[in-house]
Design a protein around this ligand. Sequence first.
Ligand code: ADP
Ligand code: MG
Length: 291
Amino acid sequence: ATPTSIMVGTGRAAEMGVLFRKGDALQRLQEVEVVAFDKTGTITEGRPELTDMELADGQSRDAVLRLVAAVEAQSEHPVAQAILRAAGDRAALPAVADFASITGFGVRGTVEGRAVLVGAQRLMEREGIAPGELVDRGKALAAAGRTPLFAAIDGKVAAVIAVSDPVKPTSRAAIEALHGLGLEVAMITGDAQATADAIASELGIDHVTAEVLPDGKVAALEALRAGGRKLAFVGDGINDAPALAHADIGIAIGTGTDVAIESADVVLMTGDLRGVVNAFDISARTMRNIR
Ligand code: ADP
Ligand code: MG
């Protein structure tokens, strides 16, 4: 590779909103066979909305939502924002004691003397709470690509709440174009398996790794790398930084967190995943001129 052609390629990429932070990334991109994406905020908008709330017998929507929102008001997770928007007036929420965030599972707190737990079904399992009559509703919601969250009050499941995070309008075209370049596409997420499977099948994604704990993304990449295949990882979040650094090529979304950007080889100026396709295109053209 001549320094001039690399410079020209890097410049062209920058004009298209693709910043190569490391010059050799333009060359190394040609060896990549698998592109793995983070789901939330990368493939999807990262702004979920509450879509459903199914109650256990004897529970009222307003009462459950009030307790759940009080606990979620202490959380920074996008899911918490969805629940708070649905609950309305934040100032009217009761106080919370003993708040704890259980990373990758959900949150807990004591509200008006009642123990409130909100999170994935695996949080209920972890706490020894039977999901009960609502387990099938949770499954149906996940099969529709929504994220089911279980809310337990005083050790009993009171509701299943679904949030839905829309897929970015350009994600499908980007994935199709990557397939057109002969690449395999994977998705890694902390979300429920059935939710992830539904989204992946809608988008034609080849491999899904779901229910990954925040520190498990590197191990998920290693599994995809079986047989020594080179891979690129695309992500936006704080939790994505280790995977961005570990992948053969880390591609960060520039509207994401600073730590993700600092860990990446390539930065996309917008959240449009067609930027990933542009990166591969420019890399191929640059290397073709050289050979
Ligand atoms: P992701 O970034 O894919 O959402 P996380 O590890 O942050 O992955 O979360 C995994 C799962 O844990 C979420 O899909 C959700 O079910 C649950 N969870 C995390 N935080 C919360 C929260 N504040 N309230 C309810 N559930 C949560
Ligand atoms: Mg993300």
